[in-house]
Write a protein that binds this ligand. Structure first.
Ligand SMILES: NC(=O)c1ccc[n+]([C@@H]2O[C@H](COP(=O)([O-])OP(=O)(O)OC[C@H]3O[C@@H](n4cnc5c(N)ncnc54)[C@H](OP(=O)(O)O)[C@@H]3O)[C@@H](O)[C@H]2O)c1
Length: 643
């Protein structure tokens, strides 16, 4: 799991286990500690219980830590680190020592690993019984003395103002290998592309390679080719490749090819939506592979396109996304572009956003709909809008609001672990059910808090519980709001989910869930807007830096956010409505509205020197973008740090 985390973050993860503990020795399988299974088990259960609120007796040995107790990979890394600290183990200089402990998905697996590692046991699971499971930490042996529990760090990162980056293309010439040398004896599978694919297969044949024409849904990709070239995006222009092409790419990657390429026409049609973001992530997860998405002009002659694609196969380049136009090859880089003096100083009283709201045309009667606006980072933007213009705010999210006040016995439980403990005290015994209940209560609290904060700012605010994937319900809601007020001035689409896993381990159904929540949601909303009598002044999509740079473990999320970009660009071109996708870097979890960057992830970013966006600065940056930026810019990155 450390490796996974390491890979996901794109560098080396250090599991800090020796900062406060007594003098430590390296983990060594050859040096038995004398600690028993019960000692290991108690250390693990105690740490998990302290961090999650579950009483020790509810944490069964075979529960899935992630699925049943919501202990994700980053939390598991912290649990493993703390367990190692309490057992006085150190992994200084060799974090891989703890890798398998972090990978372990159950308490039993963690105990087994520790016993095998420290005592050289080979049959630990056989001797691990319930009788060993609930001894109090105080009864453990001296050899594996459990250090006193350290209070968990607050872990909330401090944010800074983000920088604005915009993609700028430039001509890029890179070394092209000799075709006869590079291609001799290689085998390629070419899917789709019609005449282009046929020409390409011929060209490959001329240089001693074989180009086999196949189909997208075939199992052929798994047969083991040197290269897989997906050209379906060039012929089925109205048929989106994603999410359906993902399993094919996954199968192809599993066979260890040297090349994986796809071609399409960015922006022009929906066929390639998300492919560049996906390829940026593939390139990060498979650094040995030539992974590239090639944007071409689909109107060019098939022979020309085939030659361009052959050229890409032969070109040595790290760029996962290139564009071919005419005789040139272009690569886009993200470069800092400031908004100018007006935005930097603020045209009105510094920093309050009033001048920006006026420049956007917002007034108290304006209506802004924020999908995903009641929880996470988006309430910060809703607050900025409300305080700058007193406009009407319509919030949308799935969380249902309970009727009546919260159970007083739970109301004093202020955070997730306190709530979990309180629910367990009330008699709930099933951890998964406790987890769901706690999450539901916390979500409803956050929605209520957002409504209260916005109301206090003086504007009208309403909340609608709705799943944006239900396109009929979404259309109905927008139509209802529009008919009530005669206008929708702005739409902010910030709904999204993450289910991070490396491509090799990703369940295609999970890819589809993450992708469709963003992409189907966005497409449905734009269709709903088309049906209204008036157009909005602006549409904002919340994207992610993962789309702009790729991110290990986030193939689906990177693809989805990249797709928003092209969907928005086409919408802007078609309607003339200002539409911008903001690819955010990570935000610091602000008080009350944390978002996807949890306290654990925030600590991890801090350890790795990754800066976080201050929530108020982030919200103001977006308002300035809408007020002062060149309206033709449809995609922008705001980040506090490089990636
Ligand atoms: N936080 C960051 O640092 C960061 C960085 C880059 C990009 N972003 C982007 O910013 C947006 C917000 O992120 P966040 O950190 O605030 O995440 P979050 O806390 O998970 O919030 C996601 C929001 O979307 C709503 N939502 C999710 N699925 C929905 C659905 N099917 N229908 C309706 N609403 C749905 C959620 O409300 P319910 O659960 O009530 O439905 C919630 O309000 C996301 O699009 C994310 O990709 C965030």
């Amino acid at each position: 799991m450390v490796t996974w985390l390491d890979e996901k973050m794109g560098g080396s993860v250090h599991v800090s286990v020796s900062t406060t503990g007594p003098v430590a020795t390296p983990v060594a399988s050859s040096a038995p500690t004398g600690a028993s299974l019960a000692d290991f088990q108690n250390a693990i259960l105690t740490v998990i219980s302290e961090r999650t609120g579950y009483p020790v007796d509810l944490i069964e040995l075979d529960l899935d830590l992630e699925a049943d107790l919501s202990i994700d990979s980053i939390k598991r890394a912290e649990v493993a680190g703390e367990v190692a600290q309490r057992l006085e183990l150190a992994v200084e200089g060799d974090e891989s020592e703890l890798e398998d402990l972090v990978k372990a998905r159950t308490v039993r697996a963690m105990v087994t690993w520790l016993d095998e590692k420290l005592n050289g046991a080979v049959t630990a699971t056989a001797t691990l019984t319930a009788s060993a499971s609930i001894a109090a930490p105080a009864e453990t042996t001296a050899a594996a003395t459990l250090a006193a529990p350290e209070p968990a760090e607050a872990g909330v990162g401090v944010g800074i103002a983000p920088k604005r980056l915009v993609a700028q293309e430039s001509v890029r010439t890179e070394p092209v290998g000799d075709p006869a040398t590079v291609l001799a004896g290689t085998r390629f599978l070419i899917t789709g592309g019609g005449a282009i694919g046929a020409y390409l297969a011929e060209l490959l044949g001329e240089y001693g390679a074989s180009g086999q024409l196949g189909v997208l849904d075939s199992e052929q990709a798994g047969q083991g080719f040197d290269g897989v070239l997906v050209l379906d995006g060039l012929t089925n222009l109205d048929e989106p490749l994603l999410p359906d092409v993902f399993p094919l790419l996954q199968r192809a990657l599993a066979t260890g090819p040297r090349w994986l390429m796809a071609a399409g026409a960015r922006d022009a049609t929906g066929a390639a939506d998300g492919m560049p973001g996906l390829f940026r992530t593939i390139a990060r997860e498979y650094p040995q592979l030539t992974a590239r998405f090639v944007q071409v002009d689909p109107a060019a002659a098939p022979e020309v396109l085939a030659l361009q694609l052959l050229d890409e196969v032969l070109t040595t380049s790290d760029a996962p996304v290139v564009a071919r136009r005419g005789d040139h090859r272009y690569v886009a880089d993200l470069v800092p572009v400031e908004l100018g003096a007006l935005a930097a100083g603020g045209a009105g009283p510094a920093g309050d956003g009033v001048a920006e709201a006026a420049a956007i045309g917002l007034e108290p009667d304006s209506v802004i709909v924020l999908i995903g606006g009641a929880r996470g980072i988006t309430p910060w933007f809703a607050r900025t809008l409300a305080s700058a213009s007193r406009c009407r705010i319509e919030l949308v999210g799935r969380t249902p609001l309970p009727e009546g006040p919260e159970d007083p016995a739970l109301a004093s439980a202020g955070d997730k672990s306190a709530l979990v403990a309180a629910l367990a005290r009330q008699g709930l015994r099933n951890p998964a059910e406790i987890d769901r209940t706690a999450q539901r209560i916390l979500a409803a609290r956050e929605v209520n808090a957002t409504i209260a904060e916005l109301t206090e700012l003086g504007g009208e605010v309403r909340y609608h519980s709705l799943d944006v994937r239900d396109t009929a319900a979404t259309r109905h809601l927008l139509a209802r709001i529009h008919s009530e007020y005669g206008r929708i001035d702005g739409l902010v689409y910030a709904a999204g989910i993450i289910e991070d896993k490396l491509i090799a381990e990703k369940d295609p159904a999970s890819f589809t869930r993450v992708f469709d929540t963003k992409v189907d949601g966005a497409r449905g909303l734009l269709t709903a807007l088309d049906e209204l009598a008036t157009k909005p002044r602006f549409v904002v999509f919340f994207g992610s830096i993962a789309a702009a740079y790729g991110n290990r473990g986030q193939a689906d999320y990177a693809a989805a956010n990249d797709a928003l970009d092209t969907i928005g660009t086409r919408y802007a071109a078609r309607t003339g409505v200002r539409c911008v996708t903001v690819h955010w870097g990570p935000w610091a979890p602000g008080a009350g509205h944390g978002g996807m960057v949890t306290a654990e992830l925030s600590r991890e970013y801090a350890r790795r020197g990754i800066g976080l966006i201050d929530p108020e600065e982030g919200a103001l940056a977006l308002l300035r973008e809408l007020a002062w930026a060149d309206a033709t810019v449809t995609s922008v990155v705001y980040t506090a740090s490089g990636w």
